[in-house]
Design a binder for this molecule. Structure first.
Ligand SMILES: C[S@@+](CC[C@H](N)C(=O)[O-])C[C@H]1O[C@@H](n2cnc3c(N)ncnc32)[C@H](O)[C@@H]1O
Length: 271
C-alpha cells in the first residue's frame, strides 16, 4: 500500500502548525536559551556573569531536576527572561507537565521576558509584581523550583526599589534589602520537596543568609562559585532539611569539581 501523500493536499493550517513546531524544536536544539534570541531593553538587566552562573548551576543539576519532576517552577526578578527560558528549555523534554512563572517589578522586564520566551518557543506566566505578591495564596507550598538572581549590590538604602534598571542591582545595605524580603516569600511558596537556587555576593554575608534559612528548616550549599577581581559570586541551593535525610553522600557526589559548603560550616569557610 502506498502511504505517501502530497504535502500540497494538506490543510494550510496544518502546514503552518508543522512549520511552527519545526521552528520551535530547532530553537530548542540548545539546552539553554540562546543569547541571540534574548530580547533586550535599555531599562532591563542584560544577561551577565551572574545570570550565566545561575544557568550553569541549573544545568549542572539538570539530572536531579528531571528526576524531581517539578510541577511549578518560578523565577523571581526575571529581567530579560534568559534564566527562566533556559530552565524551561532544559526541562522541556523530561518534564512536559511543568508550568513556569516569572515575576519582575519592572514592566519592561515583563515585556522583554515575554519576547524571549516566545523566541525560544517556551511559555511562562509572567506577572509584573513586587517579588511574588499576588501569587502567595494561589501557589503557597506548591512551587518545586525557585530561581532568584536578586538585586544584591550594596548601595544606599534609598536606591532600592527605584524605577527601571536601578532596581536590577540596588540592594541597599550589604546588598540585603531585597534578599531578606525574598526569603520568607520563598519559604511560603516552596513545596516540601522544593529547591531554591539563589545568587549571592560575598558582601551579602551568605553564611548569615544560610543561617536565616536554616532557622526556617533549610539546608544549603554552594553549587557554583565564580570569582572576579571585584567580586565573588555564589549560587546557593536550598532545600528542606528533612527531605534529604540519608542522602547526604549523594549530594556530595553531585558536584565533585565545585565548592561544597553546608551552612553549618559556613563560618569556617569564611564566606
Ligand atoms: C540582577 S537582575 C536579574 C535579572 C535576570 N534574572 C538575570 O539573571 O539576568 C534582578 C532583577 O530583579 C528585578 N527586581 C528587583 N526588585 C524586585 C522586586 N521587589 N520584585 C520583583 N523583581 C524585582 C529587577 O527588575 C531585575 O530584573
Amino acid at each position: 500500500m502506498d502511504h505517501s501523500f502530497d504535502a500540497n493536499s494538506l490543510n494550510p493550517d496544518m502546514i503552518d502548525k508543522k512549520r511552527s513546531n519545526k521552528l520551535a524544536s530547532s530553537k530548542m536544539l540548545s539546552n539553554i536559551a540562546q543569547i541571540r534570541l534574548v530580547s533586550n531593553h535599555p531599562e532591563v538587566y542584560e544577561p551577565c556573569d551572574d545570570s550565566f552562573a545561575l544557568v550553569d548551576a541549573l544545568l549542572a543539576d539538570r539530572t536531579n531536576l528531571l528526576n524531581m519532576q517539578p510541577r511549578f517552577c518560578m523565577e523571581v526578578g526575571c529581567g530579560s527572561g534568559y534564566v527562566i527560558a533556559s530552565l524551561a528549555i532544559m526541562l522541556h523534554q523530561g518534564c512536559s507537565a511543568a508550568q513556569y512563572f516569572a515575576t519582575d517589578i519592572n514592566p519592561h522586564a515583563a515585556e522583554t521576558t515575554a519576547a524571549t520566551l516566545e523566541a525560544h518557543g517556551v511559555h511562562a506566566e509572567i506577572i509584573c509584581t513586587d517579588l511574588a505578591l499576588g501569587l502567595g495564596k494561589r501557589l503557597a507550598g506548591m512551587v518545586d523550583v525557585i530561581v532568584v538572581n536578586p538585586p544584591y549590590v550594596p548601595t544606599p538604602d534609598d536606591e532600592v526599589g527605584c524605577e527601571g534598571i536601578t532596581s536590577s542591582w540596588a540592594g541597599g545595605e550589604n546588598g540585603r534589602k531585597v534578599i531578606d524580603r525574598i526569603l520568607p516569600v520563598v519559604h511560603n511558596l516552596l513545596s516540601e520537596k522544593g529547591w531554591l537556587y539563589m545568587v549571592t555576593l560575598t558582601a551579602n554575608n551568605p553564611s548569615q543568609i544560610c543561617s536565616m534559612m536554616r532557622e526556617m528548616g533549610y539546608a544549603s550549599r554552594i553549587v557554583v562559585q565564580r570569582s572576579t577581581e571585584e567580586e565573588s559570586l555564589h549560587i546557593i541551593k536550598f532545600w528542606r532539611e528533612h527531605t534529604e535525610k540519608g542522602s547526604r553522600s549523594s549530594w556530595l557526589s553531585q558536584f565533585p569539581l565545585l565548592s561544597f559548603w553546608r551552612s553549618s560550616g559556613a563560618k569556617e569557610s569564611g564566606i
